[in-house]
Structure formats: structure tokens, C-alpha cells
Design a protein around this ligand. Structure first.
Ligand code: F0G
Length: 496
């Protein structure tokens, strides 16, 4: 009997509850040993602001961000060594161009000598946003940029250019519908309402895929199509904030009707077929530690409507970053991108990556912790309003800040508050806090970095704090309450 004929008699490897990772550790680094007391002392010194906590002292998982925290592959480390550090048009630039064309479409990367430059590389996502919004800010007053969920720095880059950022979160996200698979969608009715009255004030519509501010939830192809139909009708350009484009495509492939037979590349090509441009931080789905860009569709509505903008963006880029062929990155940095973009599109990579995050979230859900369900692609979000329900913690006590400080000091895991403090604002005239719609703490999972035990230990730590939530003290803000982007800078202390 042939061994291969037995395969069908056994459960398939795909049906096991745990699967081996599609990669192995090539090289590891041992952590230093610190106790809960050491961490508590240090947290006190840094004013309970986890951003200021030295990463060397993190003995658990560092879930502060999935941005720039990827472990690189052997191919990427090898590519670093093959880099050329020429001032103009280095080797990596052409390799990056090839991968952008292959991944996102042939319309997104003209060489500047064509006279139609449309690909602007920057050292990360936010300078590309800065470039785009400073150009748009000059176009008029009272402009509004609607999104399904602006990220915090994106929102800040819009506001600093006197444009109003507007979040049109989906109804399912706002109403905490735990079944709907595409809670990252934009609310179509709200978009229609806005454009019926104010279409002349909207220079572009922005879709963030996946919706990081909105619980890391994906956006469906149908929603992208619907938004594109509306923007086309009003002749308004449509842009992606494309940081987690491949993870978004995975959700479409797995959960949207009609996409099961399409591969990730086909889905990505279809998604990008709808947009006139996109900004991206390659620190997420580019699988690199540094990099970003702004890409405009050649002949698309945006460049047709604003023909001078490409040149203005290039001037901005040269002034702030460097020659367009390196855009603020070393040749080495650029070399890692084309390998990263190859890996990110692999089905075995995405299957493992997303299911690892999903298992992490589900295990917390099964412990009764109020996580946003279904779990998104890059992080687990805990709903702080539900978490503190029945306790004495009030919104102005910023329970999310207390919780992240306790998780780090007691158990050595670093999470990030993305809620009433990060997205809230202090109104000094009324001496009152203005609270946003959502109040989350996020545990973002770095790519290719952690094993299941790391995540399981974090889930257990969160559960221990949740079980004793009545013991969590409120915090008071001792510095920075009224500052913009205050969560990065503020300091706190526990109230007695
Ligand atoms: N857009 C989204 C949706 C993001 O999540 C981020 C970064 C950016 C833009 C800006 O990119 O950091 O390269 O300048 N998000 C990180 C996070 C910082 O932790 O979610 P960047």
C-alpha cells in the first residue's frame, strides 16, 4: 500500500486546531530579566506613559505596535547587504518600482523622466500624508476629508492643514454588531448625506484598509465598490490608506461571497483598481522596519483634476526627504521592500499571520474579556467601556491608561490605549473632556515575531487584571492633557 493513498483516511493538516508556523526562528535574542517591582519603578519614573518605557525592560510581549516591528526574513537580511548607497537612482529603487507595479498595478509608478511623476517614496507613512494634505490644504478653506476611520497621525496631518477629518464609521462598528465580518466599512448613508450637501468641500475620500482606528476591522470589496461609485458620481478622487492592504485582501478572500477562488494578488489588483491614489506605510504590510510612500494613478481623476500637484509633491519631497529615488531611506532600507512585498502576498504567510491574531483574540473572548469581535487582522482590541462596566472608573479617570500601566508593570506586556485619552480632547474654555465614539486598548501583534506561548501568556495576564478590575485605580493627568497628540507625550499618576 502506498503511503499517499492513506492521506484521505486521516484528518487533513488544515483541520488541526493548531498548525506549525510556515517559518522557523533563524536567530533569536534573549531578553534581560526584570521583576514586576523593577517595571513598576520604571513606570513611575516615566509617568505611566508606556511609550517612554525602555523596550529592553519588556519581559513579556511588546504589543505597542505592529508598525516597523516585523522580524525580517533571511532574504531581506541578505538584500540589505546587496544594497547600493548611490545618491541617485540606486539599485533598490528599481527593484522597489518593479514590486510596486506587480503588486498594485502598472499605473502607480512612472519614472520621473517620463514627465509624469506619480510615485513618491518617503521614510514612513506620515510624511507621505503630510505631503498629500499640505498640497490639498492649499486648495481652499473649510475642506473636509471623510474616512471610514482616520488613524491618529493621519488625522493630525489633516488638521494641521486646516482641513476637517471626519470619521464615518460603519453602523455595525458603532452598534458593536459581533457577527458582521466587515465592520471596517464606511457608512454609505452618511457619505451620501455628506456629499449631497457638501461635495464641493470634499477634495478626496479616504478609505483605511484595514480600519486601524475602527478595531482593525476589514473593509469589504462591496463597500470599496459602493464608495467608488458615489465618488465617481461626484467626481471626487478616492484614496486608500493602504497600510494593511494584504490583510484586508485576506478577509475578502475568506469571508466575502464570490472571492474564495481568487488569489490574494487578484483581490489586491481589484481593490486598487478602484482608487486614484494611495498612501502607505510599508512598516506594516510591506514587512519592513522603515518605509512609506504616496502613489497616484497615472491618468486618474486626482492627477487630472489637479495637474500641478505631482510637481508640487516632488518639490516637497526633495525639500524634506531627498531625491525622489530614495525619499528619506537608505539604499539598504529600500532593498528590504521588494522582498517584504513578495512575502506578504504568500497565502501561507497570511493564513498563519491572521489566524494567529484571531486565536489570540478568541482565547481572550472565551475568558470573558470584552474584545471587539470578530477579531481583525493585526491586533486585538479590548472595549474599555465594557471592561470597566460596574466599577467606579468614570470616563475622565482614563481607565485604559491605568490598565496598560498595570499590564506592563505586573506582567511585562506592553499594550496601547487607543480610546478616550488618545482620541479624546480637552476643551480648556469649558474645562471639559470631549470623548470620542470609541474607547479601546489595543494589543497589536508584530509580524513574524512571536510564538503562540507569548500571546497566550498575554491573554492570561489580561484575564488576571480583568478578574480584579475593581482594584484598578483611576489616573490623573499630570502633564499634557491639553496638548495635540497628547497620548505620546503625557504623564500620569495613579490617584490615591
Ligand atoms: N495609517 C495607518 C492606518 C496607520 O496605522 C499608521 C501607523 C499610519 C497611517 C502612519 O504610518 O507610522 O509609518 O508614519 N500606525 C502605527 C500603529 C503607528 O501603531 O498603528 P507611519
Amino acid at each position: 500500500m502506498k503511503l499517499s493513498s492513506l492521506i484521505s483516511h486521516f484528518p487533513s493538516e488544515n483541520n488541526l486546531s493548531t498548525r506549525a508556523r510556515p517559518y522557523f526562528n533563524h536567530s533569536v535574542e534573549f531578553k534581560k530579566v526584570f521583576s514586576a517591582k523593577d517595571r513598576a519603578e520604571m513606570l513611575g519614573k516615566v509617568g505611566l506613559n508606556v511609550f517612554f518605557f525602555p523596550s529592553e525592560m519588556i519581559t513579556g510581549g511588546d504589543f505597542l505596535s505592529d508598525s516597523g516591528t516585523t522580524t525580517m526574513t533571511n532574504e531581506q537580511w541578505a538584500a540589505l547587504h546587496l544594497a547600493d548607497e548611490a545618491y541617485g537612482s540606486n539599485k533598490g529603487y528599481f527593484l522597489l518600482r518593479k514590486s510596486i507595479l506587480e503588486t498594485f498595478g502598472n499605473e502607480f509608478f512612472n519614472l520621473p523622466e517620463t514627465g509624469r511623476p506619480n510615485a513618491f517614496i518617503f521614510h514612513q507613512g506620515r510624511p507621505s500624508e503630510d505631503a498629500l494634505f499640505s498640497m490639498i490644504g492649499r486648495m481652499g478653506n473649510d475642506l473636509i476629508i471623510p474616512s471610514n476611520g482616520h488613524f491618529d497621525t493621519t488625522e493630525a496631518n489633516i488638521e494641521v492643514n486646516r482641513i476637517t477629518p471626519l470619521n464615518l464609521f460603519s453602523k455595525e462598528l458603532r452598534e458593536a454588531d459581533n457577527k458582521f465580518r466587515f465592520k471596517g466599512n464606511m457608512d454609505i448613508q452618511l457619505l451620501k448625506k455628506l456629499l449631497q450637501k457638501n461635495s464641493n468641500k470634499v477634495p478626496l475620500v479616504y478609505l483605511t484598509i484595514t480600519n486601524n482606528t475602527g478595531g482593525g476591522q476589514p473593509v469589504s470589496m462591496n463597500n470599496i465598490k459602493e464608495v467608488a461609485t458615489i465618488t465617481k458620481y461626484y467626481r471626487i478622487p478616492l484614496f486608500f490608506d493602504a497600510c494593511r492592504f494584504a490583510e484586508n485582501a485576506w478577509f475578502i478572500q475568506n469571508y466575502e461571497k464570490g472571492y474564495q477562488k481568487k488569489n490574494i494578488q487578484e483581490i489586491v489588483s481589484e481593490m486598487f483598481g478602484f482608487v486614484d491614489g494611495f498612501t502607505i506605510s510599508f512598516k506594516k504590510d510591506g514587512l519592513v522596519n522603515m518605509g512609506g510612500g504616496l502613489f497616484l494613478r497615472d491618468g486618474g481623476l486626482f492627477v487630472r483634476k489637479y495637474p500641478h500637484i505631482s510637481d508640487d509633491i516632488m518639490n516637497f519631497q526633495i525639500r524634506t526627504e531627498g531625491h525622489p529615488s530614495y525619499g528619506g531611506m537608505s539604499g539598504r532600507d529600500i532593498m528590504t521592500h521588494s522582498e517584504g512585498l513578495k512575502t506578504i502576498m504568500k497565502k501561507e504567510y497570511l493564513d498563519f499571520r491572521i489566524l494567529q491574531v484571531v486565536r489570540f483574540g478568541k482565547s481572550m473572548h472565551e475568558m470573558g474579556i470584552p474584545v471587539i469581535m470578530p477579531i481583525g487582522g493585526h491586533a486585538v482590541y479590548i472595549d474599555m467601556n465594557k471592561f470597566f462596566k460596574g466599577t467606579k472608573i468614570k470616563p475622565e479617570d482614563f481607565g485604559g491608561i491605568s490598565f496598560t500601566a498595570m499590564l506592563l508593570s505586573l506582567y511585562g506586556h506592553r499594550a496601547c490605549e487607543l480610546g478616550y485619552y488618545a482620541f479624546g480632547k480637552y476643551d480648556p474654555t469649558k474645562k471639559k473632556e470631549i470623548f470620542p465614539e470609541i474607547n479601546f486598548v489595543r494589543l497589536a501583534v508584530p509580524r513574524l515575531r512571536y510564538e503562540t506561548d507569548d500571546l497566550q501568556s498575554a491573554a492570561e495576564a489580561v484575564f488576571n487584571i480583568y478578574k480584579n478590575k475593581d482594584e484598578i485605580p483611576p489616573v490623573e493627568v499630570i502633564y499634557g492633557r491639553e496638548l495635540p497628540l497628547r497620548h505620546f507625550k503625557s504623564r500620569f499618576r495613579f490617584k490615591d
